[in-house]
Design a protein around this ligand. Structure first.
Ligand code: C2E
Ligand code: CA
Ligand code: CA
Ligand code: CA
Length: 277
């Protein structure tokens, strides 16, 4: 995985086991994690690049396993995808994030939810979204679904139709980890994403004055502008990176510099301080 998500969770160490054995053991625990209530969502602020006001929170799943302690999503999400456990887990994320957003933060602040390809190609994905919205009372305009380029690798038409159904409801769609996958740019003609998220890889590169990274961010910003999409820079860790990203014209910024993923109680505290970080 590209971004490891900081030092808040300790990884399950394979030491004496083979990789296959480790996966098997982890899968057993993952199968009962939902019913045992071992998941929790943390939320990371996304800020307007110019005003630095919080415009959304991205929901990021956390797993505190009875047997394995904190397991990084970079480790268990791929396993959940391979075993299709991501479908019920993803439904839980959708319901929980919509409910918490509707309940704990103001109407002008959105929630971003990560959706895996395996969820998107389920026959009733849009139905899952409709139910999460109606149960929570969340305005569809406040929900942004994040997908990666990998949705276009197979079942592209099914994935596109599912996202179009969500957009018809009023939701927006972000293309996550942009530039790190293997897809062609052709899919940008086929689906009108709301937002392109520029991966931390390029942010880091640009900060180290890599001419390639700078050129890529400039090109992505220009392309997004002319396609009527906005850009969010991911993984901004300090003031220098924030300044650079702002000068490059990204619309929104996310990263440790503006806030780490936090429990919902901490989100509530932000708004009791008046909406800024
Ligand atoms: P992602 O969607 O690209 O999420 C951003 C990741 O970067 C998060 O890692 C976040 O904690 C981390 N990050 C944010 N700002 C910074 C920064 O300034 N520096 C660095 N080094 N990292 C930063 P996390 O929470 O470990 O999640 C990893 C990945 O797991 C996510 O990457 C996403 O692909 C997946 N994931 C997380 N929650 C869910 C979920 O509910 N559903 C699905 N399908 N995938 C999820
Ligand atoms: Ca990522
Ligand atoms: Ca994401
Ligand atoms: Ca990302």
């Amino acid at each position: 995985a590209k971004d490891e998500g900081g030092g808040t969770h300790c990884e399950y160490e394979p030491s004496l086991h083979s990789v296959a054995e480790e996966r098997r053991v982890l899968e057993i625990a993952l199968r009962s994690a939902l019913e045992r209530n071992e998941f929790e969502l943390h939320y990371q602020p996304v800020v307007d690049a110019n005003t630095e006001e919080v415009v959304s929170f991205e929901a990021l799943i956390r797993w505190n396993s009875a047997e394995h302690g904190f397991v990084s999503p970079a480790k268990f999400i791929p396993l959940a995808e391979d075993t299709r456990l991501i479908v019920p887990i993803g439904t839980w994320v959708m319901q929980e994030a919509c409910r918490e957003a509707a309940r704990h933060w103001p109407d002008h602040v959105k929630v971003n939810i990560n959706v895996s390809p395996e969820q998107l190609i389920e026959p009733d994905f849009a139905g899952t979204v409709v139910r999460a919205l109606s149960h929570s009372g969340l305005d569809p305009k406040r929900l942004e679904i994040e997908v990666t380029e990998s949705i276009f690798m197979r079942d592209a038409d099914i994935a596109r139709k599912a996202l179009e159904q969500c957009m018809a409801l009023g939701c927006s769609v972000a293309l996550d980890d942009f530039g790190t996958g293997y897809s062609s740019l052709g899919y940008l003609r086929k689906l009108k994403f709301t937002t392109i998220k520029v991966d931390r890889l390029f942010v880091q590169g640009a900060a180290q004055s890599s001419p390639e990274s700078l050129a890529i961010i400039r090109a992505v910003v220009a392309m997004a502008d002319s396609l009527g999409m906005t850009t969010t820079a991911e993984g901004v860790e300090n003031e220098d990176e924030a300044d650079l990203i702002r000068r490059l014209g990204c619309n929104k910024i996310q990263g440790y510099h503006f806030g780490r993923p936090m429990p919902v109680d901490d989100v509530r505290k932000i708004f009791s301080r008046g909406g800024r970080r």
